[in-house]
Ligand binder design. Structure first.
Ligand code: SAM
Ligand code: SF4
Length: 386
């Protein structure tokens, strides 16, 4: 596999089918609004056919833009269809983030409460002891959590005693019957293999935004570094979790470019977190404008159509969404949430709904908590048998 941030080559078939529709719309002279509407409706019909069975890695920017800009309810409907083809729509995976090493990070990610470069009021904490992590994992499991994500505020993993401790944690939490994900920064292939041998289920490494906007947000590493780590994980049996953040000041084209890069990864990431910026006082992004809900919904729905087998995770920023808004996201294909007894994600600077509120919401919506280790490729046939 060669990960290419500009996306892969479009297959001839896909190109031919797409340009036929485009040509139909460009030959007739119509007022601009009508043209846009007709184009998106044609693409809606076309894409409904195209995404029924096909898993693609060759999405072109204009195809993704046409999907993303479709009339909102058409987009949600199409995403819901893609979702129901590949997943049990009544299941939502509940995950718990555990910050095993907090703050004091040398990186300059402009959104992050844990960067040592900003005064965010977050106290740095050394690596958590094993028993503290296991106790959080036990309580999470008892609350219906099936995936625990261990996060460390590191630039990269080092081959030292701390990494050995993480490998130990991975083994012990996995043996509790939970999927374990780690997000520890950059990783070599050898380190990814060690995590695989310890039983790690997933590795999270978000691309955050488009390649061209990346250096506006982070200067201490490159987009290529990010893709290299994902590629190192892909060489092992560990599944890939990679997504992005809305609200960093990026344009719509940046979001579309991010989606294309994610969808060009072969195979697609098994897990795609969609974060909305939590504005952390003290960071350069503390005064960013709020992201309107319809833009979050469009991102969720488009990710679902492009990567139909992935688990799409409503991540940071969910605490600001109403139950009705979250319900629309579930309809559009989101099928995982992060929940927490402390009402926070990795740090108190990023709020989260708690277990009780989430259990009540899932019950209200008739949704069940997804069990661990279901794999990313459960099909309609699989779950209809259950
Ligand atoms: N240090 C590791 C790394 O950067 O990969 C792992 C931890 S990092 C905190 C995990 C992810 O959380 C980031 O990639 C980013 O997408 C998300 N995140 C962190 N702070 C956030 C914020 N304030 N708002 C939204 N998402 C945030
Ligand atoms: Fe460090 Fe990760 Fe935060 Fe960036 S996102 S400052 S790498 S903890």
């Amino acid at each position: 596999m060669d990960l290419d941030s500009s996306g892969g080559l479009a297959s001839q078939g896909a190109l031919v089918r797409f340009s036929r529709v485009s040509a139909q719309n460009t030959v007739s002279i119509q007022p601009e609004a009508r043209f846009a509407k007709e184009t998106s409706r044609s693409v809606a019909r076309l894409s409904a056919a195209d995404t029924s069975t096909e898993i693609r890695h060759d999405w072109r920017l204009e195809e993704i833009r046409a999907l993303h800009d479709m009339p909102l309810l058409d987009l949600v409907f199409q995403a819901a269809q893609a979702h129901r083809r590949h997943h049990d729509p009544a299941e939502v995976q509940v995950c718990k983030l555990v910050s095993i090493k907090t703050g004091g990070c040398p990186e300059d990610c402009a959104y992050c409460s844990q960067s040592a470069r900003y005064e965010t009021g977050i106290d740095a904490q050394p690596l958590l002891e094993k028993e503290a992590v296991l106790e959080i994992a036990r309580r999470a499991k008892a609350s219906g959590v099936s995936r625990v994500c261990l996060g460390a505020a590191w630039r990269e993993v080092r081959d030292n005693a701390q990494f050995e401790h993480v490998l130990d944690l991975v083994q012990d939490v996995t043996s509790m019957g939970l999927e374990v994900c780690c997000t520890l920064g950059m990783l070599t292939e050898a380190q990814a293999r060690k995590l695989d041998e310890a039983g790690l289920y997933a590795y999270n490494h978000n691309l955050d935004t488009s390649e061209s906007f990346y250096e506006t947000i982070i200067t201490t590493r490159t987009y290529r570094d990010r893709l290299d780590t994902i590629q190192n994980v892909r060489k092992t049996g560990v599944t890939v979790c990679a997504g992005g953040i809305l609200g960093l000041g990026e344009s719509k084209d940046d979001r579309i470019s991010l989606l294309r890069t994610l969808a060009a990864i072969q195979p697609h990431p098994e897990s795609v977190p969609i974060n909305v910026l939590s504005k952390v006082p003290g960071t350069p992004l503390q005064d960013q404008a709020d992201v309107p809900f319809d833009e979050v919904l469009r991102m969720v729905a488009t990710a679902r159509i492009l990567m139909p087998k992935a688990v799409v995770r409503l991540s940071a920023g969910r605490a600001r969404l109403s139950v009705a808004e979250q319900a629309l996201c579930f309809l559009a294909g989101a099928n995982s949430i992060f929940s927490s007894e402390t009402r926070s994600m990795l740090t108190q600077a990023v709020p989260s709904p708690d277990y009780n509120a989430d259990r009540a919401m899932l019950e209200l919506l008739g949704l069940r908590m997804r069990p661990p280790f279901k794999g990313e490729s459960s099909t309609r046939e699989d779950w209809e048998k259950v």
